[in-house]
Design a protein around this ligand. Structure first.
Ligand code: 2P0
Length: 319
């Protein structure tokens, strides 16, 4: 039997940054994301005759590090199902450019979905979200489409994502600006740990998230894109400030990231609806609406002619 599942990546508007339990991927705070229509992962799984696993990414054998991460996840699922069978995992990342933006969010959501079918586990979406979380924290949110909230919970069984609005009707539009698709130097896991342990501002982070989350839920309800953008940008900068204030400090921003961020207040003063959010890398996702997108595209192109631009819209959950 072969089973195939597709999941889409998501962008956090209220960020997940810090693990209370690194092994179970239990976060200190809730987070809120938008599932996107681009950057999807399609994963097929099937049982192999022996006990050995095989992992292929875009038709090639996985790197040793990624292979191990997938095998750890397979072990977890085998344990639950009292199985020792080897599994073939074939995963394909649909990325619009060669920028290497493969995401662990869509990757582990798709793998969880495919294994759910292979082992005929009949997990509910909530249980699937818990399982995907064990592969990668942000994967818990990619089970659902549209706006999604990951509630931090108290343990393995209540730390899962829930849909807020699976089919958003607002004309929210994102422009992905890729300066540099190279792998980041500090992994998310490492970065979170350093921020949690050493930033003097980390104790304030849960309060910031709580406030931003309440306001974001209201903004989504009102379909107020300017308010959504403003909150996402401010929450993103607060997350990155944890990294700048870690000891030793680190940052995912490059000169180009800063350059673009610094232009935003100037463009907004001219009446352009545009806000930014940045994850654990140098690239920026601009938040705007359908009507303003051509203006934003032109502005970015004029300043960063080398950057790869991709338009993204709200996307679906697991299929
Ligand atoms: C997020 N990020 O909320 C945050 C914001 C990056 C910046 O979740 O260690 O791959 O697998 O739980 O989910 C990226 O980290 O981390 C991430 P793990 P993950 O989207």
């Amino acid at each position: 039997m072969t089973t195939t599942t597709t999941a889409h990546t998501n962008i956090a508007l209220i960020k997940y940054w810090g693990k209370k339990d690194p092994q179970l991927h239990l976060p200190y705070t809730d987070s809120l994301s938008l599932t996107l229509d681009g950057y999807s992962t399609t994963t097929t799984t099937q049982f192999l005759p022996g006990r050995q696993d095989q992992v292929q990414v875009n038709g090639h054998p996985a790197s040793p590090a990624f292979f191990q991460r997938v095998v750890n996840f397979l072990d977890l699922v085998r344990q639950v199902n009292h199985s020792q069978k080897g599994i073939l995992v074939q995963t394909t990342n649909q990325v619009p450019t060669a920028a290497g933006l493969a995401s662990s969010a869509s990757g582990f959501a798709a793998l969880a979905g495919s294994l759910n079918r292979l082992f005929q586990m009949n997990l509910t979406p909530t249980q699937l979200s818990c399982l995907a979380r064990r592969g990668s924290g942000s994967a818990s949110r990619s089970i659902f489409g549209g706006f999604v909230r990951w509630q931090h919970g108290t343990g393995d069984f209540d730390s899962y994502a829930l849909p807020i609005d699976e089919h958003p009707q607002l004309p929210l539009t994102l422009l992905s600006v890729v300066f540099n698709g190279q792998a980041k130097k500090v992994s998310s896991t490492q970065g979170m740990e350093q921020a949690v342990q050493t930033s003097p501002f980390y104790p304030q982070w849960p309060q910031i998230v709580e406030r931003d989350l309440d306001e974001m839920l209201l903004a989504i309800q009102k379909q107020d894109i300017a308010e959504i953008g403003q909150l996402a940008e401010s929450n993103c900068l607060a997350m990155h400030a944890l990294n700048w204030t870690a000891r030793p400090f680190f940052t995912y921003f490059t000169a180009e990231t800063w350059q673009l961020i610094n232009l935003l207040p100037i463009w907004r003063q001219r009446g352009v609806l545009v806000y930014a959010t940045v994850d654990a890398g140098p690239n920026v996702k601009l938040i705007t609406n359908q009507e303003t997108l051509p203006v934003v595209r032109k502005l970015v192109q004029s300043k960063f002619p080398q950057a790869q631009l991709t338009t993204l819209y709200p996307g679906p959950g697991l299929t």
